[in-house]
Design a protein. Structure first.
Length: 523
């Protein structure tokens, strides 16, 4: 019976390694039915907990753990106790209790080395390195991986060495050192990897393709990965869409680190599209969730968004505090791109430039890759810390904002009931261009005047002075004004008479709630 139980347990471990978790569950059930001694039964139950963690079924793992802990304590098996403790650390990590998970793994590593269990210590080292990379503790993780790689090579642990190289590739990709990441990935091509690490290898390959501008690589296995890949590709609209979805999913599952990352992406892109209220809400929560989960990269990026928002509100003191905190964290943990952005942000805030210099005033820029420099400039543009955001948006209430990108997708033009686009000189309704204004000089000047100040009632005198640029005279201008107002109404569509309203005081545009007017403010 013991031999049969061991056989089924072995099958379960192989299936778990390959990611065939339903087969692993079945094999564990068979193993549990055959196990006729306490230690073997405890090994089966520990593997069951490990599988639950691998499937993301954290609540079930928590419920099962006390029972398994008692079984392990009865047989007094130290390796099993460590395996269960590593599972507990994984549950804590996925639940956002990052600091506790890291602290517990460090205790496991120290205890294993003290009793001479080097292999057990190295397994825990690998899990610790994965956690550190995941939350952006890149400098600490890189040092740990160097030592772990040397040990794996010394003992001939090929699979562990491949995992080390994968994590080193991931660090290189975060730092946007594409060539180094590609070299590291090439080293593990022929190595048998677990389903988890094979998934990481595929994700890294997609990340490399996205960094090189391949939009076909954007479709990942999760909404968060898709958002990150879309951002790397420069597709802000998709990154925002997937980032919002990833935030909802992470919030529902209680994955606080993932929630912080998704919200950091959302906050940055909401700011880029001019929605400061949405950006502030996303950045504030991202900063809280990331602090709780000890997720450094997303926390730094949330702080940078908050710095940009404070600067927009002319609160330079608060903006400086946020930017300094971001720079300090980025420097401490080795986040090169974010460190460059924070340094430039502080420079801009200190001088309060309307058109700050575009060079990156930090020593990190001298050693950063070309891709890292481009990414830093892109983030600075999204946050408004590089050249002034050149595009002015006006909503239905007349509130204005300035954005770095005039992308129709990012600004959601195709979903809006009415867009007056002064850059492309078109009227767009629900994604359809209903009027081309390029050859209608007088009409577009008149429409742009109304669209730039929705709900404002323009007198005839104001209209004539600003559009015709002469002094108003009723005999010369009333008929022309009436005729051109009628033409604009026809251009706007069947509801044009409701959109352009007339009163004794004058004319006004009363647009739908999702209205947008877009113009190039730099002209």
């Amino acid at each position: 019976a013991s031999s049969l139980a061991n056989l089924h347990l072995g099958f379960a471990q192989v299936d778990s390694f390959r990611g065939n978790l339903s087969a692993a569950r079945a094999a564990l059930a068979r193993a549990a039915g055959c196990a006729d001694d306490g230690e073997l039964a405890a090994r089966v139950e520990v593997q069951r907990v490990r599988n639950l963690v691998q499937e993301g079924r954290l609540a079930e793992a928590r419920v099962l753990r006390p029972q398994v802990e008692r079984a392990v304590a009865e047989v007094d098996c130290v390796p099993l106790r460590d395996e269960l403790a590593r599972c507990e650390a994984a549950v804590d990590f996925q639940s956002g209790n990052t600091e506790l998970a890291i602290e517990n793994l460090q205790h496991i590593i120290a205890a294993a080395r003290q009793r001479g269990d080097e292999f057990g210590a190295m397994r825990a080292d690998l899990e610790l390195a994965e956690m550190l990379v995941e939350v952006g503790h890149l400098r600490v993780a890189a040092g740990l991986l160097v030592a772990l790689g040397a040990g794996a090579a010394r003992y001939g642990l090929t699979a562990m060495l491949a995992c080390v190289e994968l994590l080193q590739a991931r660090i290189a990709l975060v730092e946007l050192r594409d060539d180094l990441a590609a070299e590291q990935l090439a080293l593990v091509e022929r190595t048998a990897l677990s389903s988890t690490h094979l998934g990481l290898a595929r994700a890294l390959e997609r990340g490399l393709q996205a960094c090189r501008g391949n939009r076909n690589a954007v479709e990942g296995e999760s909404s968060l990965e898709c958002a990150q890949l879309a951002l790397a590709c420069g597709d802000g609209a998709m990154a925002l869409q997937r980032g919002r979805k990833a935030a909802v999913e992470a919030d529902r599952l209680g994955y606080r680190a993932d929630l912080g990352k998704a919200l950091a992406i959302v906050a940055r892109l909401e700011l880029a599209r001019g929605d400061r209220k949405a950006a502030a809400a996303a950045a504030s929560r991202s900063a809280r969730e990331s602090l709780h989960a000890a997720s450094i990269e997303s926390r730094v990026e949330a702080l940078l968004v908050l710095a940009a928002l404070a600067r927009d509100c002319e609160d330079l003191r608060e903006a400086s505090v946020y930017a300094r905190d971001a720079k300090s964290l980025a420097a401490e943990y080795g986040l090169v791109v974010q460190q460059m952005v924070a340094a430039q942000a502080l420079e801009v805030i200190a001088h309060d430039d309307s058109d700050p210099r575009s060079t990156l005033p930090t020593a990190s820029a001298a050693t950063a890759s070309e891709r890292a420099l481009v990414a830093a400039e892109c983030m600075l543009s999204d946050l408004g810390f590089s050249s002034a955001r050149p595009y002015r948006c006006v909503d239905a209430a007349g509130a204005e904002s300035f954005v770095a990108s005039a992308s129709p997708d990012l600004l959601g033009m195709n979903e809006r009931s009415l867009v007056v686009d002064a850059i492309r000189q078109v009227i767009v309704r629900k994604g359809e261009g209903v009027a081309d204004l390029r050859r209608r000089s007088l009409l577009k000047r008149l429409l742009f005047l109304f669209a730039a100040r929705p709900m404002y009632v323009f007198s005839k005198e104001e209209i004539v002075e600003q559009v015709w640029e002469v002094e108003y005279h009723p005999l010369r201008h009333d008929a022309a004004l009436f005729t051109n107002i009628m033409r604009i109404r026809r251009l706007l569509g069947e509801d044009g008479i409701e959109l352009i309203q007339v009163s004794e005081a004058g004319y006004s545009l009363n647009p739908p709630k999702d209205f947008l007017y877009l113009e190039d403010a730099s002209r």
